[in-house]
Write a protein of this length. Sequence first.
Length: 504
Amino acid sequence: MNLYHSTRSAKMAYTSKEAIRTGIAPDGGLFVSDELDECTIDIAALSDMTYTEIACRVLQTLLPDYTPDEIAACVNEAYTNTFASSEVTPVHMLDTPPAGTTSTGVLELYWGPTSAFKDVALQMLPRLIARAQASTDDAADVQPERIMIVTATSGDTGKAALAGFANAAGTGITVFYPEGKVSPVQELQMSTQEGSNVSVCAVRGNFDDAQSAVKRIFADRELAARLKEAGWVLSSANSINVGRLVPQVVYYFASYAQLLRAGVITSGDAVEFCVPTGNFGDVLAGYYAKLLGLPITKLLVASDKNNVLYDFLTTGVYDRNRPFFTTTSPSMDILISSNLERMLYYLSGKDCELISKLMNDLATTGKFTVSSELLMKIQEVFGCGWADENEVADAIRTSWEANGYLIDPHTACGYHVMQQVPADPHAAARVLLSTASPYKFPRAVLEALGVDAPVDDFACMDALETLTNTTAPQQLAELKTKQVRFTDVVDVAGMGAYVEHACK
Ligand SMILES: *Cc1c(COP(=O)(O)O)cnc(C)c1O
């Protein structure tokens, strides 16, 4: 059952429960399983399966030390009455595909409690952690420990994690976001969060600064020792946690099942996915689905103006030494895509030594280079493209004018890339992952539609409703009257002390 080990060394083995409790491996690597490409999921059976049935199947395969009852309980709690769609993640077919004639569907991942795709995993993660904790508590000699979730967010993870962990027994949660670099709606979502175990704090810096500092907090042994005294261990809700990644694999299979039921494809047909990408978690989950047997031609990595992944996927050089741009798609404003490390692990033939070297290069010089042989392997699976701010706005307008279909700026990056990159000739259909509700970014969407946006974001929501005859999700509209609970701001250097204080 000890399937998991670090991307940087295979010496120590961990169960999936241990991997989920700890979040990141002690050597700074990410937990991976070597059996991933040996497992398979039966594609022929998919069309008769519901979302929760598919979720149970995928989770059991990747988290084998959870009992079937534990998995079923987690899945039912996470997806019963929490998503405003019976499909959980429904597929909407477009009348006029972004380019060419290949049937194109949009996989809507934002019907959960915080209106971003992060909910799919973050409704699940606290339940997985709770079961992982329970099993240690069973051992008489082990003191029950409380878990402090520490998370850096580029905008959406924070709120989705807060919603998942608020008032969860035995846990606390501390969220850091870059000051002034998330949308006003995103900021309000976090600063108004209720719950007795939550803390929210802005950081002077950008997301990469905050994420790097959180990684240092996890690696700080003295801090860990002091917290242990007080009965706390730290863990992560970022997509470096296996418990975040695995639930995201499910919707790739679920969308395939919907395409089968709609008669858009027949069993065995290959599909191409286009994924708006930041930390490389969502698109990596697609690669896991492919390893598990889902027929995927290519995974298109769509970036915004922070196009470090585009450059890497076209040249083999990953270089984070470049200007950072704040865009209308803040959740993709990322220059260090953590989960790339897992993709490199699998495509390098599970070469821990190489991964260690590349990640060391990245930490010391901000840069690494892969061989042309490895780059070619990567390019067989991953296509890429990116959109600047004008192209994002154009994509939002085009989607609306050609399809009467409203998309947010993150999804628009993907829409643009699908216009730019021709479909793989072997793909029977294309699927664009839609990662957030347009109402999370009402100003950017309204302006893209050519309307002079009012000063207030809630007035923008109203204007968008009137213009498009759609409705803002209630949880976003009601932020207008919610009480702000958190106004803290710290320097990067003060983040560790803030976490320690939150544990008191
Ligand atoms: C987090 C996020 C992304 C990027 O997902 P990654 O898993 O970090 O690549 C894209 N769009 C939205 C709306 C997000 O919240």
